[in-house]
Design a protein around this ligand. Structure first.
Ligand code: SAH
Ligand code: SF4
Length: 424
């Protein structure tokens, strides 16, 4: 999500003469695009800003900006705490950035964190202004109305809103004309697309419409909420060959009691039932997820239910986090906070289990033939890399002229985070 937002920011500032640099010491403008899902992400922002202070002293014309969730949450406070900061823009204010940067060039320090109303949001949906490329992100919905008890997203990103389908399809058609082969439809809960009324069609219908666009050969989407996996969406996996064999389906916990306190809206059995239906619709489907350990009140037995769920689902990959209390969320006021050392121990145990499962999943691919979309040059000389439909990276010896095309490769070796292949 943040990668896609950063690309949009870069696109918005191009007309003002700003381009990208990998070297902060030569930059005229540094923008920190932030996340506040966990306290650690938030603390990092202050750390980064501290590191840029000497640069600002050396080059006084350098502009420093903070955008995204931390900006939304902290607003004015950021400018007060960080006297050398120039700009703060919230999650609904991307479109104001060009004029804010112009004003900052004239010495004006500004904060914009207002939320837009529905109509403004529909009209100002941020589009990706990048050109070309092979794979691109397309934002289809924003915000979240689920209010899981631990999560700050609904507060910092605002109410859920779905972009007009005609605009999404026009953007993707334009990408296809530029040679883009794969799109990832993005949103906090993509599969609740259209359920709130502004859009004419639901997510399954959107997938079918994207699938009908010539030139786009692969479609991915993220993130999906288990409670909103509909039978229409499951049918798409069975019917649409362009849809990739991968779904990111965060469970967050394997314990019903914890899931209830998290307000996730499904039980362990309902989650497993969705997984079974998805796998029946698309044999070989790779499933990834997110898991939180040490949620308030989580006892050892409840934690073990999470491990057991992981063994049952066998995630290809899992993002796992220690519960982090977020100010203003319901769970931050719950009893039974778990000591940090205990959370760390649970996380280590969970991650060790996942490493084993990931390694086994990767090894099971050795000897199979995979269709890869070649995306770029590998770190190792003479190699390029592509991605399987199931979202695994495969490095192989091949020429860079293959980038952008589909190739078939036999998987010859499995590593923890990638695979090695040989062109067929
Ligand atoms: N909309 C997505 C997730 C967005 S946040 C979904 O519902 O799945 C990304 C991940 O951060 C979440 O899936 C969750 O695992 C984690 N997360 C969110 N709030 C958290 C918190 N307070 N502490 C620890 N992890 C958290
Ligand atoms: Fe947060 Fe839950 Fe919404 Fe995901 S569904 S963004 S975890 S509130």
């Amino acid at each position: 999500m943040n990668v896609s937002d950063s690309e949009k920011i870069a696109g918005l500032l191009q007309p003002l003469g700003y381009g990208l640099t990998a070297d902060p010491s030569s930059a005229d403008l540094i923008i920190l695009n932030t996340c506040s899902v966990r306290a650690k992400a938030e603390e990092k922002v202050y750390g980064h800003l501290g590191r840029y202070k000497p640069l600002k002293q050396e080059r006084p014309h350098l502009l420093l900006a903070v955008g995204g969730c931390v900006a939304q949450q902290e607003g004015e406070r950021l400018l007060r705490k960080v006297p050398f900061l120039d700009l703060v823009f919230g999650t609904h204010n991307l479109h104001l950035l060009p004029e804010m940067v112009r004003a900052a060039e004239q010495g004006e320090r500004r904060v914009e964190t207002g939320f837009m109303d529905r109509d403004e949001r529909l009209d100002l949906f941020p589009v990706d202004a990048q050109q070309g490329g092979i794979t691109r992100f397309v934002t289809v919905m924003q915000g979240c109305d689920n209010f899981c008890s631990y999560c700050i997203v609904p507060y910092v990103r605002g109410r859920e809103i779905s972009r007009r389908s005609a605009e999404i399809l026009a953007e993707i058609r334009g990408m296809a004309e530029q040679g883009v082969r794969e799109v990832t439809l993005l949103g906090q809960n993509v599969n609740s697309y259209g359920l709130k009324g502004e859009s004419d069609i639901n997510f399954a219908a959107l997938l079918r419409a994207v699938s009908a666009i010539d030139g786009i050969e692969r479609i991915r989407f993220t993130t999906s909420h288990p409670k909103d996996i509909s039978s229409a969406l499951i049918d798409c996996l069975a019917d649409l060959p362009k849809l990739c064999s991968h779904i990111h389906l965060p469970a967050q916990s394997g314990s019903d009691r914890v899931l209830t306190r998290m307000r996730r809206g499904y039980t362990r059995d309902q989650y497993l039932e969705k997984v079974a239906l998805l796998r029946a619709a698309r044999p070989g489907l790779q499933i990834t997820g997110d898991m939180i350990v040490g949620f308030p009140g989580e006892d050892d037995g409840e934690f073990r239910e999470t491990l057991a769920l992981m063994e049952e689902v066998r995630y290809a990959d899992l993002f796992s986090f220690m519960y982090s209390p977020r100010p203003g969320t319901e769970a931050a006021g719950y009893d039974g906070m778990i000591p940090r050392a205990e959370k760390q121990a649970r996380l280590a145990e969970l991650q060790a289990l996942q490493r084993t499962v990931t390694a086994e999943t990767n090894r099971s691919l050795v000897g199979t033939v995979q269709t890869l979309l070649v995306e770029g040059v590998s770190k190792k000389d003479g190699q390029v890399y592509g991605r399987t439909s199931g979202n695994r990276i495969v490095n192989f010896t091949g020429h860079r002229s293959l980038i952008g095309s589909f190739v078939e490769a036999t998987i010859s070796r499995a590593y923890q985070n990638s695979l090695l292949g040989e062109l067929r």
